[in-house]
Write a protein that binds this ligand. Structure first.
Ligand code: NAD
Length: 488
């Protein structure tokens, strides 16, 4: 078993055609620990020449990779999962250092979720109808080709695996461009892919700022599809750029998810769980429940429960076991979230706890967990994805109004509904415009389709649906019912 330091050696390198090597230009990008504010290392800043080489390697590897048996690809995925699992503690430390997430949370969400997602692909691959007979036709699922995968920093390994695991098992080759922030965990994935014995060129890693490396990948005419997770703003740019070569795009974008507490719900449970799903990962989660809708008659109680949930969080060193809430990923993210908090107060929202005056550690890019009440749908904090630890409470007077507020957002990723009757909650949920909805605390299922409505994007990840994103359907039509497929 190799040691953690072995992967550190590769932080200055791109992985192209099965080999680690620096960017052609020699340019790098600093990775900063958001708690110590010190540079951890410098990663290569890939540019067009590197992208060309990575895409060429992926293109060359495609013909033989797409012919491998699905069982072989599943076995390789299993091996990758084993290697990652063996290194859980090391990877959690790495992600904790470059993202700022507390170590215990890193183990469960930043390593545990990716492993469960990989396990989901392994079992789902066996259920894909790779070949089906429809009358005199054979309907075949074929890999889409070379995939350009672009991912964000907030769940670095999870977002990479959601694309890479599914694309590889589908028979595609991949060029991955993770975020320029918090991408060190992705080097671990790359090393695991290498050690598992995935053939050279099947997977390639390019790091560096998105405006250069990301856009060159999207525009490349040898890239057959782009799978993107990130902000709605960049998603829109990617869809526009991909239109030039008419390549399919899958977009997993932002959210502003409502948590609707119906009048018969257990208010304390609902508010406490909503706050936990708002403040986890310091609020840097696309599916975070950031708008809490409560009956106006119970607003005061809801504020108390939300305040209690926020105030018990412990900000500090992510490596300290007592810490529940780490810093935000970067100084610019901290400034952005602080500006949203200012706008909340300026537009008349009532600060319940937290805010810019609340104590925070003297170093690190922290924002205190913040709760606003009397928030209305028109306010900036209700309309925009803040991506920080800020919960908005919006009172409602009737169920009809609650529904209107819940859907009054350009986003549609996640939602929650709480009621004493799961049936009543499910009936309400059927009118919510979002790709996911949790009933009475139901959590995201890493084997079931994940994705958004409206400006939260299109396409689905995880499980069989995630694999399907990387497949083309071919219909082979015969004149006789028993056809000749596959060809001899
Ligand atoms: P971002 O959009 O700034 O960046 C995402 C990726 O795109 C990065 O790798 C970046 O380098 C790259 N990029 C930037 N400009 C580009 C361009 N012009 N062309 C190609 N690539 C480009 O997002 P972020 O700040 O890294 O992540 C936070 C966002 O991601 C939030 O909006 C969050 O909601 C979203 N997100 C969505 C999901 C989901 O599944 N729906 C999951 C996690 C995060």
């Amino acid at each position: 078993m190799r040691k953690a330091e072995d992967t550190v050696e590769h932080y200055q390198s791109l992985y192209i055609g099965g080999t680690w090597r620096p960017a052609e230009s020699g340019r790098t990008h600093p990775v900063i620990n958001p708690y110590t504010e010190q540079v951890i290392t410098n990663i290569p800043a890939a540019e067009a020449a590197d992208i060309d080489q990575a895409v060429a390697a992926a293109t060359e590897a495609l013909p033989s990779w797409r012919q491998t048996a699905v069982g072989t690809r599943i076995e390789l995925l299993r091996r990758i999962a084993e290697i990652l699992a063996e290194r859980t503690d090391t990877i959690a430390e790495i992600v904790s250092a470059d993202l700022g997430v507390p170590l215990a949370e890193a183990k469960s969400t930043q390593v545990g979720y990716p492993l469960r997602t990989l396990a989901g692909f392994i079992s789902a691959a066996a259920t894909v109808p790779w070949q089906e007979r429809v009358g005199t036709s054979v309907v075949v699922q074929e890999p889409i080709g070379v995939v350009g995968a672009i991912t964000p920093w907030n769940h670095p390994l999870q977002q990479a695996i959601a694309k890479v695991g599914a694309a590889l098992v589908a028979g595609c080759t991949v060029v991955l461009k993770p975020s320029e922030f918090a991408s060190l965990g992705v080097f671990e994935l790359t090393e695991a892919i290498h050690r598992a014995g995935v053939p050279a060129g099947v997977f390639n890693l390019l790091t560096g700022p998105g405006s250069v490396a990301g856009s060159a990948l999207v525009e490349h005419d040898q890239v057959s599809m782009v799978s993107f997770t990130g902000s709605t703003t960049v998603g829109r740019r990617i869809a526009t750029a991909a239109a030039a070569t008419l390549k399919p795009v899958s977009l997993e974008l932002g959210g502003k998810s409502p948590s609707v507490v119906l009048d018969d719900a257990d208010l304390e449970t609902a508010v406490t769980a909503t706050a936990a799903r708002c403040f986890g990962n310091s609020g840097q989660t696309c599916a975070a429940l950031t708008r809490l809708l409560v009956p106006r008659a119970r607003l005061g109680e809801a504020e108390e429960y939300a305040k209690a949930a926020a105030d018990k969080l412990v900000l500090g060193d992510p490596m300290d076991a007592r810490t529940t809430t780490g810093p935000l990923v970067s100084a610019s993210q901290q400034a952005r979230v602080r500006a949203f908090i200012e706008s909340g107060s300026a537009e008349g929202a009532r600060l319940i706890t937290g805010g810019l005056g609340a104590p925070i550690p003297d170093r690190g890019f922290f924002v205190a967990p913040t709760v606003f009440s009397d928030v209305t749908s028109e306010m900036t904090i209700a309309r925009n994805e803040i991506f920080g630890p800020v919960l908005s409470i919006l009172p409602y007077d009737s169920e009809t109004e609650a529904m209107r507020i819940a859907n009054d957002t350009p986003y549609g990723l996640n939602a929650a509904v709480w009621s004493a009757s799961a049936e009543r909650a499910a009936a309400f949920a059927s009118h919510i415009e979002s790709g996911l909805v949790g009933i009475n605390g139901g959590r995201v299922n890493l084997n079931a389709p994940f994705g958004g409505y409206k400006q939260s994007g299109f396409g689905r990840e995880f499980g069989a649906a995630g694999i399907h994103e990387f497949l083309h359907t071919k219909c082979v039509n015969f004149t006789i019912p028993d056809g000749y497929w596959p060809p001899a």
